[in-house]
Design a protein around this ligand. Structure first.
Ligand code: ADP
Ligand code: MG
Ligand code: ZN
Length: 615
């Protein structure tokens, strides 16, 4: 297969070379002529001017070797090499003058130098600097152009980059997104047998938009659709549309679509559609215009699809809320597919995909890893297993252990371990803080098990306690939410109980606890204020655009909300203090174990605190 991108590049290179060569030829030719001309008669020394009659005398006296005529200027070259200049009247010819002076015109050699010689010379003298300057400017311009990737070709040159790609991905390479796969299966089916649909008069799907957090497999799904239906795909990222000059985005869209149509059936994949126009470019160009133009061009192209164009546009974004509703109208991106974080079963399948080909110790429990990786995207999981493999390789082990996976799982989410210089007192406070979370969680009923506690600092945090949910919950009850808040406040409760003093380390806990408490009051109607939604709600305004409309609340209502939130927090904090005090012994043991081992896993923690008995 020919590679158009390469072709274009070499063509550009060739053109540039040609111009450079011409430039050099011009400059050298000019220098050459100047040298030649200056070496020839024009610049030979003159010995003065003489009247024409004198010269005629000298011709008669046979002192003159030859005459050179250039227009009306006559140079007499004497036999002794001297040169004298004279001028004649323009109406008289030299021959006539000689005849009238009784000199045989043939007795003297007359060399006629064409007039143009001088003018050529003058011309050259005049234009050479111009040529050099122009050439130099041209050269600079070319250089700049090379660097800027052809500013003046308005997306033309770049368009050739849309190389046809084939994908060898299939739906087997994607897991945990079964709904998305089911919907995309239709697209695959259409691309494979379009006739089946056309016979029934079904309008072909034009555009699919994949919405979901990053790393959940949107790009992967697009490739899988291309691979499954065995058609070429053309991909571009929204951020690539952002260029220096307004208008490039639109031109690119045009080229992209026409290239894809030529290769139909085909898939166009536009990644990060939300980025179109949202990035403020460095230039002073109004990014808004660019966005409008690019989006409009996409819409125009999609509207212009003939029923049998067999080109399907797949777009991906992680900001579904930012998309222009014009994009989502029927006949455009008429399908919107949510690609969310994988659930427990999904994570097991993704683990299986990426574990393939890596050697693991037999003690590795995939069930446990899947449970522990709540909130991990497919990309996180892939990253985790890769890190684990690196860890094992670094220590020259032939198999990846559970410990490697555990460590890399934490690293992927919380960042690498930080070897901070900490005093023992600092460490002790952290140990009691994390121990507080763990103890409060452990001794409440119906809570998920504490998976891991650590006082190794990573990223911004000094320690962490992981309590992943043991199954995916669709609902949270009010009592569960209260218990979660209590666990979050357990760290502070332990600090207060043990050190009779409090630290700044708990601010993140409070943020989370307050957020839950607020949601309980405002969104879920779980307070004395009753089942009223006080939160912002989506409102449909004119032109089909949706806005989040703040709920305008009376000041007294806001005061009531605030007091309900603090009631919840206060009650939970009291519970946390009570739990910490009644399990002080276990708390001390956990803190001591943490000081010794730095991290405890689920089993180690259970051994230290003993079996669960509720308070
Ligand atoms: P997105 O486009 O949603 O940001 P990608 O498709 O680029 O995510 O995912 C990055 C990588 O993470 C993929 O190449 C793949 O290895 C892995 N990955 C992500 N989601 C999944 C999934 N659902 N199943 C299997 N692998 C996945
Ligand atoms: Mg992507
Ligand atoms: Zn904490």
């Amino acid at each position: 297969m020919k590679n158009p991108a390469k072709e274009q590049k070499s063509q550009n290179g060739f053109k540039l070379k040609l111009d450079m060569r011409t430039l050099f030829i011009i400059v050298f030719a000019a220098l050459f002529f100047m040298t030649i001309l200056s070496a020839s008669s024009g610049f030979q020394p003159l010995h003065g001017e003489r009247a024409i009659s004198e010269i005629i005398q000298d011709i008669k006296a046979k002192k003159i070797k030859k005459l050179e005529r250039q227009g009306n200027t006559i140079t007499a070259v004497y036999k002794d090499g001297k040169r004298f200049i004279t001028t004649k009247e323009s109406e008289d010819s030299l021959r006539k003058i000689l005849q009238e002076s009784k000199v045989d015109p043939d007795s003297v050699q007359v060399e006629v130098k064409s007039n143009t010689d001088t003018s050529m010379f003058d011309l050259l003298i005049n234009i050479v600097p111009t040529i050099i300057i122009v050439g130099f400017l041209l050269f600079m311009f070319r250089q700049a152009r090379g660097a800027q990737d052809s500013i003046f070709s308005f997306g033309q040159a770049r368009s050739k980059r849309y190389t046809k790609k084939m994908s060898n991905m299939t739906f087997k390479d994607v897991a945990g997104v079964d709904e998305a796969k089911k919907e995309l299966q239709e697209i695959v089916d259409f691309l494979k047998n379009p006739k089946k649909y056309q016979k029934l008069g079904a309008r072909s799907p034009k555009g699919v938009i994949l919405v979901g957090p990053s790393g959940t497999g949107k790009t992967l799904l697009a490739k899988a659709v291309a691979g499954e239906s065995n058609v070429p795909f053309f991909s571009i990222a929204g951020s690539e549309f952002m260029e220096m000059l307004v208008g490039i985005g639109a031109a690119r869209v045009r080229d992209l679509f026409s290239t894809a149509k030529k290769n139909a059936p085909a898939i166009i994949f536009i990644d990060e559609v939300d980025a179109i126009g949202r990035t403020r470019s460095v230039s002073a160009m109004p990014a808004h215009d660019e966005r409008e133009q690019t989006l409009n061009q996409i819409l125009v192209e999609m509207d212009g699809f003939a029923p049998n164009d067999k080109v399907i546009v797949i777009a991906a974004t992680n900001r579904g809320d930012l998309l222009d509703s014009a994009l989502l109208r029927p006949g455009r991106f008429d399908r919107r597919i949510i690609v969310d974080y994988p659930d427990l079963e999904g994570r097991k399948d993704i683990l299986a995909i990426h574990a393939n080909g890596k050697p693991f110790e037999s003690s590795v429990s995939w069930e446990r890893i899947a449970r522990r990786t709540v909130g991990y995207s497919g990309a996180d999981i892939e990253n985790m297993l890769n890190e684990a493999a690196i860890m094992a390789a670094r220590e020259n082990r032939s198999k990846i252990s559970m410990g490697d996976i555990e460590e890399s799982a934490t690293k992927v989410k919380l960042g690498p371990e930080k070897k901070r210089l900490q005093t023992d007192r600092d460490k002790n406070i952290t140990a009691y803080h994390e121990g507080g979370h763990a103890i409060v969680t452990h001794f409440q009923t119906d809570m998920d098990p504490v998976h891991r506690i650590s006082i190794v600092s990573r990223g911004m945090s000094l320690g962490h306690t992981l309590i992943p949910p043991s199954h995916d919950r669709l609902h949270h009850t009010k009592s569960q939410l209260l218990k979660m808040i209590t666990s979050m406040l357990g760290g502070r409760a332990a600090e207060e109980t043990v050190f009779n003093d409090i630290t700044t380390g708990a601010s993140n806990d409070f943020d989370q606890a307050t957020a839950i408490a607020k949601a309980m009051v405002v969104d879920y109607g779980m307070s004395a204020l009753g089942p009223i939604n006080f939160g912002p709600h989506q409102d449909v305004l004119e032109w089909g655009r949706t806005f989040m409309q703040p709920n305008y609340l009376a000041e007294t209502t806001m005061t009531k909300i605030d007091s309900e939130v603090s009631k919840i927090i206060d009650q939970c904090y009291k519970d946390a203090l009570r739990l910490v005090k009644s399990h002080r012994k276990e708390l001390d043991n956990v803190a001591a174990a943490l000081m010794k081992h730095e991290s405890l896993d689920e089993d180690e923690f259970k051994k230290v605190v003993g079996e669960k008995k509720s308070a």
